[in-house]
Design a binder for this molecule. Structure first.
Ligand SMILES: Cc1cc2nc3c(=O)[nH]c(=O)nc-3n(C[C@H](O)[C@H](O)[C@H](O)COP(=O)(O)OP(=O)(O)OC[C@H]3O[C@@H](n4cnc5c(N)ncnc54)[C@H](O)[C@@H]3O)c2cc1C
Ligand code: HEM
Length: 404
């Protein structure tokens, strides 16, 4: 445990570090990768370039420091990050590397203001925070490996089917090469794929939510091709679309994540998705249809138009056999969409629409999609009085703030 003096130093320096937060983490990553280029096999290079990862890590270190004498208070956040770390294969031996470079970065950015007393206090505090992560992650590694069908690290899976779901989204059905059992998962959880592509200097790891219900003997992921923007085409999604055919092998870690449908509950559920954010929602939908067909579900999906609308027939078929109300929003419908009447509303999901169409008093809300979509849904739900304990969401990238 830290002594009172150290705690006081930490708490009094948090506001200063917060001001320099991103500068510190930017210096931190730069020097850490110079000294440990092997870590570029684990970190997502695009997230680094866009600064998303820097923001996420800085925010968490300061949040942890604020609660340094009561880390229990941030346990849900630790848990969420630990799931990601476990899925990526972050180990205890990585923590001192991060600690050393974080302290070096604090020194470099703060200059003389970073006295020995302050640096020593932060070294101690980092040790406490790192230990909290390491112990939560140890339990997760143990659970992942020792569950029925579980495993440690990355296990080879064969692509049993590759199915185009829309112009931009393709599903991959994955079965273990060893033919043995696979771990169960909760609807909403994800796996990580580690790609070792010819001609690439580093491995690239990405997360993909499982898009079908558990218990089927395979894992299905549905991947959007990230291409055609002003930025470089996405590495892994394009590789999967263009180079990975049926019969090929992908290495994946066991299912992870704290965003999942609570199948014990009987409350109505509202599943809202934008674009490829529908993958965890379809898993939840299919699970409810399998296990709780009497549970009331509202499935709301927003896409640009029919060309990019994935898993449409599957959702419609599931809606037929369970107690599901399904709504489709297109914000740029094509002529064909109009002729076929293939959507329910034009534009975006609004607060007014939610107010009229969903059970705001009792339902649990799950959502995922582009960050602006998530911000808008989150704000609407809060303004409509939905309590935080009934609001659940997933980011398809490093966590960010949904507040305005
Ligand atoms: C929990 C979780 C679940 C997910 N589930 C799914 C899912 O079900 N389906 C799915 O399709 N995706 C999912 N994702 C997203 C997925 O993990 C990948 O982020 C996505 O496939 C893009 O990876 P990529 O390698 O193709 O792109 P990357 O190479 O990682 O690039 C990502 C973006 O950054 C841009 N970029 C690249 N380089 C630069 C640069 N130098 N400067 C500026 N911008 C740059 C690219 O244009 C691209 O838009 C999920 C993510 C998480 C965290
Ligand atoms: C106490 C120390 C640490 C803190 C507070 C921390 C915090 C975070 C946070 C907030 C995220 C984003 C989670 C999300 O996706 O929402 C993250 C992801 C990640 N962390 Fe850590 N982390 C720590 C230690 C480490 C260590 C030791 C490593 C390995 C060297 C590591 C590697 C990663 C990687 C690779 C990601 C995925 C992000 C990406 O590639 O974009 N972290 N961490």
């Amino acid at each position: 445990m830290l002594n009172a003096k150290t705690i006081e130093i930490i708490k009094s320096t948090v506001p200063v570090l917060e001001v320099h937060g991103e500068q510190i983490t930017t210096v931190f990553y730069k020097t850490m990768f110079e000294n440990h280029p092997e870590l570029l096999n684990i970190f997502n290079h695009a997230n680094q370039k866009q600064g998303r990862q820097q923001r996420a890590l800085a925010g968490t270190v300061y949040a942890a420091a604020k609660y340094i004498d009561n880390l229990e208070a941030i346990l849900p956040v630790v848990n969420q990050i630990a799931h990601k770390h476990r899925s990526l294969g972050i180990k205890p031996e990585h923590y001192p590397i991060v600690g050393k470079h974080l302290l070096l970065a604090i020194k470099e950015v703060l200059g003389e203001a970073a006295t020995d007393e302050i640096i020593n206090a932060w070294a101690e505090a980092y040790g406490v925070i790192a230990d909290a992560f390491i112990s939560v992650e140890a339990e997760m590694y143990d659970a992942a490996a020792n569950q029925k069908g579980g495993w440690d690290g990355f296990r080879p899976f064969i692509v049993a089917n590759k199915i185009e779901e829309s112009e931009v989204i393709t599903s991959f059905y994955l079965k273990p090469v060893d033919g043995r059992a696979i771990a169960d998962f909760k609807p909403g959880q994800y796996i990580s794929i580690k790609l070792e592509a010819e001609g690439e200097e580093f491995t690239h790891i990405r997360q993909y939510s499982l898009s079908d219900a558990p218990g089927k003997g395979y894992y299905r992921i549905s991947v959007k091709k990230e291409a055609g923007m002003q930025t470089p085409d996405g590495k892994v999604s394009n590789y999967l679309h263009s180079n990975v055919e049926e019969g090929e092998i992908l290495h994946i870690s066991a299912p992870a994540g704290d965003f999942f449908l609570d199948s014990e509950k009987k409350s109505p559920v509202v599943l809202l998705s934008g674009g490829v954010g529908l993958t965890p929602m379809v898993s939840m939908l299919n699970t409810v249809a399998d296990l709780q067909p009497e549970r009331e579900v509202t499935f709301v999906h927003a896409a640009a138009n029919g060309k990019v609308h994935a898993l449409k027939d599957e959702v419609a078929a599931t809606a037929e056999k369970a107690k599901v109300n399904s709504f489709v929003f297109y914000d740029a419908p094509t002529e064909e969409d109009r002729q076929n009447n293939s959507f329910d509303a034009e534009g975006f999901v609004t607060k007014e629409w939610l107010q009229e169409n969903v059970n705001l008093e009792q339902a649990d809300f799950y959502f995922c999609g582009p960050v602006p979509f998530m911000k808008s849904i989150n704000a609407s739900l809060k303004e409509l009085g939905v309590t935080e304990d009934r609001i659940h969401f997933e980011f398809f990238g490093p966590m960010a703030s949904l507040e305005a």
